[in-house]
Ligand binder design. Structure first.
Ligand SMILES: C[S@@+](CC[C@H](N)C(=O)[O-])C[C@H]1O[C@@H](n2cnc3c(N)ncnc32)[C@H](O)[C@@H]1O
Length: 258
């Protein structure tokens, strides 16, 4: 079973974009890379279609792949044109994509580089299926570096280490992949494609964390202990764990051409 299968039903409960944001991201991506209406787009690790649904809604030539059948099933529930050629959703491993070389004009990697073990194969495969003039887009939500999520995650790292839990792979993996992409690319640019106000609270963080693929896959007793310690830390350090905090979040796109 894929680590995202058990959390698929809850994935968007805490991670859905505000209305209109996915559409703004889609428009900004296609405008930035000057894609025409025929551009063939591959979304690798498409998940529940948080971003992909905007391409689907606009009738783009969109293909989404994901290893998790459950994540794709949630995405499929949003699609009402199953008999048309596009969109296409397929269950596949990003490290062995079932597509010909140079088949796509755009490849999207949104919150997948740090979520797939073996980022080199992910990057190599993404480049292989991209045509010569194509663009690889690595996208992610950006939150304030001193914001609530950053503070809660930093403290969770400390607690996790003290409990002997495996370190988060995401930080180093993401940086290594980005460094290699930037050095291999003929051109690289970063664009903020959307910003919005997000309401956070320690209580929401504590509720959301177990719905994330990697954290959910840890032993339940370790997970519960880590969250209990984090809740105690938040009470002492941040005051009420229910108090809402409004932060500005943004969606950053890194565009690479090779
Ligand atoms: C954090 S989610 C991001 C989903 C989506 N891109 C988004 O931003 O909403 C990571 C996704 O990568 C998928 N994934 C993990 N390993 C994969 C693999 N080897 N091949 C394809 N997809 C994979 C997971 O199933 C999950 O849907």
């Amino acid at each position: 079973m894929n680590t995202f299968d058990p959390v698929a039903h809850d994935f968007e409960s805490f991670r859905a974009f505000p209305a209109g944001v996915a559409g703004r991201i889609r428009d900004a991506i296609l405008t930035h890379i000057e894609a025409d209406n025929d551009a063939l787009i591959l979304d690798v690790g498409a998940g529940t279609g948080r971003v992909g649904e905007a391409f689907v809604a606009r009738g783009d030539r969109y293909v989404g792949v994901d290893l998790s059948g459950e994540m794709l099933a949630r995405f499929g529930e949003k699609i009402h044109s199953p008999e048309t050629q596009f969109p296409r959703l397929a269950q596949a491993d990003a490290r062995a994509l079932p597509f010909a070389d140079q088949a796509f004009d755009v490849v999207l990697l949104v919150h997948v580089v740090s979520n797939i073990p073996g980022w080199r194969r992910l990057v190599d495969e993404s480049k292989r299926v991209l045509n010569r003039d194509g663009t690889l887009m690595v996208g992610q939500v950006s939150r304030p570096v001193d914001g609530l999520d950053a503070r809660m995650n930093a403290q969770l790292d400390i607690i996790a280490e003290s409990l002997g839990m495996p370190p988060r792979r995401s930080k180093t993996q993401k940086h290594d992949a980005r460094r290699e992409l930037a050095s291999a690319a003929q051109s690289h640019s970063q664009v903020t494609t959307a910003t919005w106000e997000a309401t956070r609270s320690p209580a929401l963080f504590l509720e959301r964390k177990p719905t994330g693929g990697r954290f959910a896959a840890l032993a339940p007793e370790l997970r519960d202990e880590a969250l209990a310690q984090l809740a105690a830390w938040a009470e002492t350090t941040l005051g009420s764990i229910d108090a809402p905090i409004v932060e500005e979040h943004a969606f950053l796109c890194d565009f690479y051409r090779f």
